[in-house]
Design a binder for this molecule. Structure first.
Ligand SMILES: Cc1cc2nc3c(=O)[nH]c(=O)nc-3n(C[C@H](O)[C@H](O)[C@H](O)COP(=O)(O)OP(=O)(O)OC[C@H]3O[C@@H](n4cnc5c(N)ncnc54)[C@H](O)[C@@H]3O)c2cc1C
Length: 374
């Protein structure tokens, strides 16, 4: 024992204007935001406004939402619009699909949400028409979008063709004057002046901003009619088990604490999640090597990672660094996964999985019954 007294990480803390957590060592000052909860308080409550000047021009960011939220890539596009904005430039975020998050914390001064332009429906002409109308209204100096394969990349290219303006795709480097993008199949980087439409690759911009926007919600032009030249045939249901782990948005993963693989697979199926595993579970022969997640397995970036009976060894955590929410079931409250998880249920894996499957089935029956009553 060294005898050196260590700071209790659960002591009251305050959030600095930069959004950093500082443990309160002395007296708590008036105005400090103090919490015993280990999570940071809502960032917009403490960060300063990006600008106090009325907007005389605009940067626009456009992205689809998923289940009412924006993924990290979309957040980065809004952050780019805010970071590169001058004092007198406002930031307007255009969200296609329902959105239930804090727009100010993302750096947006204004936000327009088109609830019915869900990413699950393919309606390119309508999206393009609504977006063009907004671009006519705001005349943004620059438009930022995530360059992804989930609809934003496609819409961005349609917009570029329609506006016939300067544009850059696959942008991997950006500042107020220029962009850098892969050239010669990514072997070298080409540079160009900052164009009007910028389609950003993921990870180029830090979306953890030291400021907030105004976050004012405004109504969009819902009434625009556009003739679709293509027909949406709907989504083809896919077996969740067949989704590649790297692409899965929801993963239920088994560790050494899972004794019954069939229960875990039932749980994954009822949640519509892909199945992953720790190395010990794979080495035991319970899962094929292709399911292994971690340093010597796959790196995943699911929105939700459900770790069942996994200790959370550093090599495993390496593979789930990019996952947004981690939920764990473990019978040991001291397991390292508990520190990484946003929510841990302490108890026996088999009992809890069975209880959860029963609750999901019950909730599904109830919602089907209320649907059929309508
Ligand atoms: C070079 C190297 C590379 C590695 N690469 C990887 C990798 O890619 N991926 C990986 O996962 N590991 C990897 N490992 C192994 C890693 O160090 C761990 O050994 C492994 O992740 C542990 O797997 P586990 O958590 O499933 O098993 P354990 O460490 O045995 O943990 C089981 C957990 O389940 C809990 N538990 C037990 N029974 C129950 C129950 N009935 N109900 C609820 N909870 C229960 C326990 O409390 C425990 O926390 C690597 C190691 C090395 C050295």
């Amino acid at each position: 024992m060294s005898g050196v007294k260590r700071i209790d990480p659960r002591r009251p803390y305050r959030i600095t204007p930069l959004g950093l957590r500082r443990i309160v060592l002395g007296e708590i000052e008036p105005g400090d935001v103090v919490s015993r909860d280990a999570r940071p308080v809502e960032a917009s409550a403490v960060k300063p406004l990006r600008t106090d000047v009325a907007a005389s021009g605009w940067h626009m960011a456009v992205a689809h939402s998923y289940c009412g939220r924006l993924d990290d890539h979309a957040r980065e596009a809004i952050a780019a619009a805010a970071i590169l904005a001058r004092r007198e430039t406002g930031v307007i975020a255009v969200i296609l699909g329902p959105f239930h998050e804090d727009a100010a914390a993302l750096g947006a001064d204004r936000i327009v949400v088109f609830n019915d332009l869900d990413a699950a429906r393919f309606q390119p002409q309508r999206e393009e028409a609504l977006l063009s109308a907004l671009i006519d209204d705001y005349a943004p100096e620059h438009v930022f979008m995530p360059d992804n394969a989930l609809g934003d990349g496609d819409l961005g290219r349609r917009l570029i063709a329609k506006l016939g303006c300067s544009a850059a795709t696959h942008v991997s480097e950006i500042d107020a004057r220029h962009v850098g993008l892969g050239w010669s199949g990514g072997a070298s980087l080409a540079h160009a002046p900052l164009p009007r439409v910028v389609l950003l690759q993921q990870g180029v911009v830090d979306s953890n901003l030291p400021f907030v926007g105004i976050g004012e919600h405004i109504a969009g032009r819902e009434a625009i009619e556009a003739v679709e030249v293509c027909r949406d045939l709907g989504l083809e249901p896919t077996e969740s088990a067949s989704i590649a782990l790297e692409e899965a948005d929801f993963i239920v993963s088994a560790g050494n604490g899972v004794s019954n693989v069939a229960t875990l697979e039932d749980l994954a199926a009822s949640l519509g999640a892909a199945v992953g595993a720790s190395r010990v579970a794979v080495d035991d022969g319970k899962f094929p090597r292709s399911k292994q997640i971690g340093a010597s397995g796959k790196t995943v970036s699911a929105t939700t990672y459900f770790a069942v009976g996994i200790s959370g060894a550093v090599q495993h955590l390496q593979g789930i660094k990019a996952c947004r929410h981690v939920i764990a079931i473990n019978r040991d409250p001291g397991a390292p996964i508990v520190k990484r998880a946003d929510l841990t249920v302490i108890g026996d894996a088999e009992d809890l999985m069975r209880a959860l499957i029963a609750r999901i089935a019950q909730a599904r029956d109830q919602s089907e019954a209320s649907e059929s009553e309508r």
